[in-house]
Design a protein around this ligand. Structure first.
Ligand code: C2E
Ligand code: CA
Ligand code: CA
Ligand code: CA
Length: 278
């Protein structure tokens, strides 16, 4: 800067400009992608740690970008949130995932559930709960075969409507999980009051329990508390047998991670199911 101090001068920063243009371009392209069907879903198995059977699949969105190839959500979810595109995108994800769950119903007995990520913006958009209920009915999938993953930041909002929506979803038989548990600001005790079915332990914890006694004690405590509250526990990011074994010993029933399988295409997921029935 030329004149730091009172009435600061700022030098024009071309890199900032470039970043902004890139964001705008990304947003326009994402808008097109949602409309043109350039999004796809992958499905990562959620495994019962005791039996090894597949309990569910988490649907994870990908964007087949014409120039940049397959993009992972970290590259576009934020832009989708800011622009509001996350709402039509989320509707597409919901309907697509439920269509796949219907295919699993046809292929196996005791078909697995599908788990989808719901952003705060999407959850709070008008008509969200009614839309979810309609999508479940249209797909002909039993409501308990859908698990919605919400984040702590949603629950930290002081908003009665969110609470009512959670209650209504669960009354309709749809299940709700808190995702990335432990990464936000929530205290364990508030969980007691929240209408929830499951808790997902973030990969950050999973990846450190084998090497840190302190982390292990913490995760053990989280699992015990969840059990006391009647919540299912799903650990994410399990990469090593030692992590799986410790989590199972602590009483964690379900897990997902590269140890079992990376996210699979819809076709692969169906193969996975028929090879290892739920
Ligand atoms: P998440 O909900 O925490 O999803 C788990 C992420 O961890 C996925 O990344 C998955 O591919 C990755 N993962 C799974 N197992 C392992 C493992 O063993 N080791 C490691 N290192 N990683 C593992 P992905 O697919 O890139 O998704 C990133 C995030 O994007 C998700 O994090 C979720 O928050 C968000 N996301 C994905 N799909 C959607 C969607 O349809 N809607 C919304 N709103 N968000 C989504
Ligand atoms: Ca998730
Ligand atoms: Ca997660
Ligand atoms: Ca995570």
């Amino acid at each position: 800067a030329k004149n730091a101090g009172k009435g600061q001068w700022r030098r024009y920063d071309p890199s900032l400009h470039t970043a902004m243009v890139r964001r705008l371009e990304l947003r326009a392209a994402l808008d097109e992608a949602v409309a043109a069907g350039a999004l796809t879903l992958e499905y990562q198995p959620i495994v019962d740690l005791r039996s090894g059977l597949t309990a569910g699949f988490e649907a994870l969105v990908r964007w087949e970008h014409p120039e940049r190839g397959r993009l992972l959500p970290d590259n576009f979810i934020e832009v989708a949130e800011e622009s509001g595109l996350i709402v039509p995108m989320g509707t597409w994800v919901l309907r697509q995932a439920l269509a796949e769950a219907a295919a699993w119903q046809r292929a196996t007995r005791d078909a697995p559930y599908v788990s989808i990520n719901v952003s705060v913006h999407q959850f709070r958009s008008p008509g969200f709960v009614a839309g979810v209920r309609r999508a479940v009915a249209d797909a002909g999938v039993p409501p308990d075969r859908l698990l919605l993953e919400i984040t702590e930041s949603l629950l930290l909002r002081d908003d009665d409507q969110i609470w009512d929506d959670l209650v209504e979803l669960r009354r309709a038989g749809i299940r709700v999980a808190i995702d990335d548990f432990g990464t936000g600001y929530s205290s364990l005790s508030y969980l007691r009051h929240v209408p929830l079915d499951a808790l997902k332990i973030d990969r950050l914890f999973t990846s450190t329990i084998a090497s840190s006694g302190q982390q292990a004690v913490l995760v053990d405590g989280i699992i015990r508390l969840a059990q006391t509250l009647g919540l299912q526990v799903i650990a994410e990011g399990i990469e090593r047998p030692s992590e799986r074994d410790m989590l199972a010993r602590f009483g964690c029933r379900y897990g997902q991670g590269f140890l079992f399988s990376p996210p699979l295409s819809a076709e692969q997921a169906l193969e996975w199911l028929t090879a290892t029935p739920a």
